[in-house]
Design a protein around this ligand. Structure first.
Ligand SMILES: *[C@@H]1O[C@H](CO)[C@@H](O)[C@H](O)[C@H]1NC(C)=O
Ligand SMILES: *[C@@H]1O[C@H](CO)[C@@H](O)[C@H](O)[C@H]1NC(C)=O
Ligand SMILES: *[C@@H]1O[C@H](CO)[C@@H](O)[C@H](O)[C@H]1NC(C)=O
Ligand SMILES: *[C@@H]1O[C@H](CO)[C@@H](O)[C@H](O)[C@H]1NC(C)=O
Ligand SMILES: *[C@@H]1O[C@H](CO)[C@@H](O)[C@H](O)[C@H]1NC(C)=O
Length: 307
């Protein structure tokens, strides 16, 4: 009690020593204003960013994270190639895109395929079986694109058709797609080899990307339906041109190319920013490419192995 009294006395003394009530009255409005500014700033600093961040996060996420389906067209009997490609793509990802890699087959034709491919489906669930007979230039690419809207559970932003002898680097691929339009887009390696104009010919079948609206269109339009026989990659450009589609076109050169020495001027040496290397027919070529891109560099050290 006496302590409190002493404290109050000191307080009163200080109060007494102040130059009077006027100053206090003068300070009070300033203090109020300062407090008001403080609260205002506080609310400005805290509240709107929360609202904005809720909205911005949604907007940013929409702008930054997009989805891509990569369909690798291959044959049922190429079991070894699929297992290898599962390794190659299973260890890759992109921070800016959700990427699904699927193997695209036509009808299975015998018991062996039904059992062995069936095992793969049960284990990996990464196979699409289309209603077609295996072929390269008799409409498989058409069946692929035109079936997708009916058979996938959700639309993707982009759909790619890729060969099984191409090495795709998923992070650079996603990075190159990120700034491009999500609609009416046709992306790839433009043919002829030396051309940089994506509006003249067509994108090589090694791997080209269509935005989902174009996939929808391929599924609905009579133009592709009536024109499915011929080199699959050239046909796609013909459809788009006949339908006045794909006003947005992008050629990913020099980041996409054929393996050095395999295809004239479509080939060049391996380069760091690579998106795709095509025509990998032999193991030594795959080895060269995977080694060059340091694909196994990220190993965690473990007592189980020494590399
Ligand atoms: C977020 O943005 C959308 C459109 O961009 C708008 O309709 C919505 O009202 C915004 N939400 C908030 C909480 O500001
Ligand atoms: C599959 O293709 C065949 C031959 O083109 C056709 O007769 C059949 O109706 C198709 N089946 C389905 C489920 O689309
Ligand atoms: C593919 O297989 C399904 C079911 O076995 C069959 O109905 C269809 O006609 C086959 N399609 C072709 C093009 O062979
Ligand atoms: C496609 O072919 C069908 C008949 O097979 C015809 O009726 C239709 O007009 C054709 N469409 C185009 C765009 O050529
Ligand atoms: C692979 O790793 C080596 C050594 O760390 C580095 O010099 C080289 O630039 C890397 N290559 C690529 C394509 O990132």
């Amino acid at each position: 009690m006496s302590n409190l009294t002493a404290g109050m006395k000191i307080y009163l003394k200080i109060y007494d020593r102040m130059p009077g009530r006027r100053l206090v009255l003068a300070i009070l409005p300033t203090l109020t204003i300062v407090l008001f500014i403080f609260f205002f700033l506080f609310s400005v600093r805290v509240k709107p960013p929360f609202i904005a961040s809720t909205n911005n996060t949604i907007t940013l996420r929409k702008a930054a994270r997009f989805s891509l389906l990569i369909g690798i067209l291959t044959w049922p009997n190429k079991y070894d190639r699929r297992h290898f490609l599962r390794l190659v793509y299973g260890i890759q990802s992109s921070p800016i895109a959700d990427i699904d890699v699927k193997f695209v087959l036509c009808n299975l034709t015998n018991v062996e395929q039904r059992v062995f491919v069936g095992l793969e489906i049960l284990r990996f669930n990464d196979i699409i079986i289309l209603n077609c007979t295996e072929n390269m230039n008799s409409g498989k690419t058409y069946t692929y694109f035109s079936s997708l809207p009916r058979i996938v559970s959700r639309p993707y932003d982009y759909v790619m058709k890729a060969d099984d002898d191409v090495f795709l680097r998923l992070a650079p691929l996603a990075l190159s797609l990120q700034p491009l339009p999500r609609l009416d887009l046709y992306y790839g390696f433009v043919i002829p080899c030396t051309s940089m104009n994506p509006f003249v010919h067509y994108m090589s079948g090694m791997g080209f990307v269509l935005s989902w609206d174009l996939v929808d269109w391929i599924g609905e339009s009579n133009i592709p339906r009536n024109n499915t026989y011929g080199p699959e990659d050239r046909l796609v450009a013909e459809w788009l041109n006949m339908g006045s589609k794909a006003y947005n076109r992008f050629t990913s050169k020099p980041a996409m190319y054929d393996y050095p020495g395999t295809n004239g001027r479509c080939s060049h040496e391996l380069i760091p920013g690579t998106v795709a290397v095509h025509r990998l027919k032999r193991w030594d070529q795959w080895l060269h490419v995977l080694h060059y891109f340091n694909i196994t560099q990220e190993f965690e050290q473990s007592s189980l192995y020494k590399l």
